[in-house]
Design a protein. Sequence first.
Lengths: 149, 305
Amino acid sequence: MALIVEKIDDGTVIDHIPAGLGLKVLEILKIDKDYNARVALVMNAASRKMGKKDIVKIEGKKIDEKTANKIALIAPNATLNLIKNSEVVEKTPVKLPKELVGVFKCPNPQCMTNVEPIETIFKLEKMEPERKLRCSFCELVFEAKELLV
Amino acid sequence: MAKFQDLISIRDLEKSDIELILEKSAHMEQALKTKKELDALKDKVVATLFFEPSTRTRLSFQSAALRLGAKVINFEDVEKTSIAKGETFSDTIKMVDGYSDLIIVRHAKEGSARYAAQLAVHPVINGGDGGNQHPTQTLLDLYTIKRAKKKIEGLNVALLGDLKHARTMRSLMYGLAMFGAKITLIAPRGLEMDRNMVQEVKERFKADMIEKATIHLEDTDVLYLCRIQRERFVDQYEAEKLQKEFRITESVLEKVKDDLIILHPLPKVDEVSPEVDKSKYAYYYEQAKLGVPVRMAIINEMIGR
C-alpha cells in the first residue's frame, strides 16, 4: 500500500518504530504544535519485518546522539534516515549503548543526582523482556518507560 | 599497594575481594587481642564525614583508624559547619579531600558516596547512603557469620523485619547469595524486599531463596533482624501491631537450633525482648564489636603501607 505522506526536503525520517510508539518518539523529540516545520506521523504502516510499524518524518531536524539513545530505548530497531534535497544521504540504525551518560534524569527523588548538578549514568541491566537500566548513583533499576517520563 | 580505590557498594566487589577482607579482618582481630602495636597509618589522616547521625559506624571507623595509628578529623555537628550556611556537598568533599588521605562519608541521599568518590582524589568509603548501600556493614556481617559458623555457604540465613527500607538487608542479601547461603526473607506484607533486588540476586547467583510473611525458624542457622521503621507508617496502630507480631521473644525461639545466632545491625528498639538479649542466641553485641577489626582491615587495604 502506498504511503499518503509527501516527501520531506531536509530532515530526518525515523523508520521501524514499533506500531503505537510513534507518538512517544515525537514526545522524546519534544515536537509539538510550536515546532516550526512539517512533521508527519504514520501509524500502523505495513512492514515485512515487523508486521506493522510507525514512521516519523520531521523536516529541519537532525537527531543528536543523546536523543537517538532515548529512541533506542523504546524502538531498538529504529533507523534514522537523514534526508538532504529529498534524498536519503545517511541511514543509521539506532544503537542502545551499555551506558547512557547525561541522557536521563533519575526518577528517584532520593538520588543524589537530583540534589547537585551531576551528570547521570544509567547502565543497561537487562534487554528482555523489558529494557531495564540501573542508576549508577542510587543503584535503583528502572524500566525504560519510567526514564522517558 | 591498595587493593581498592574506593568502597562504595557491595556490587563493586568480587567474591575474592570480600574473602581477602574477611581474612585480613581475622588478622586485625588477632592483633587487637594480643595488643600488638599497629602503625600502618602513622602518617595518614582519615576524615569521617557523617552528614547523618551515626553511633556505631562513626565510632568504629574512628576507633579503627586510630588503632592503625592514623589521625582522625571530623565534624561533630553538621549544623556547626559551612553546610549549614548552604555549602554544597561537592565543595565540602573537595575541601576535605585536601585535608585527608581517606574520606568516610555518610549522607541521606542515595548515590552521595559514589559522587564523593568521583570528586575526591583520595579514596572514599561509603558509610551509608540513604536507603541504598552500607558495604562495610555487610563485610562486618559476613565476617561475623563466618567467624561464628566457620562457613557461609549452605547456611540457612533468615533476614527478618522491614526488608523494604533497611539498606543493610539489601547489601547483606547480595553478599550472602554471593557466598551460597540459603536465604529466607521474612517480612510483613508491604515491607517485602525490593522485587528488582530479589530478581537480580536470584539471576546473578542462582540463589536459593524463599519469601515468607510469618516466622518459622526451625532450620535457621543465622537470624538477622532489623527494626520495623515506625516512622515510615502513617497508621501507628498498624506499626505497633506489626512490631508485636514480628518481635523475637523466648517463645519464638522455643524450637530453634541449639547453635542459632541472632544478629542485628543495631540500634534496636523493642524488636527483641530483654530475655533474648541475655540468651545464648544473642550475638549482636559481639557483632558490633567486630566492626573495629573489619573496618581496620578495610582501611588498611585502602591506604595502609
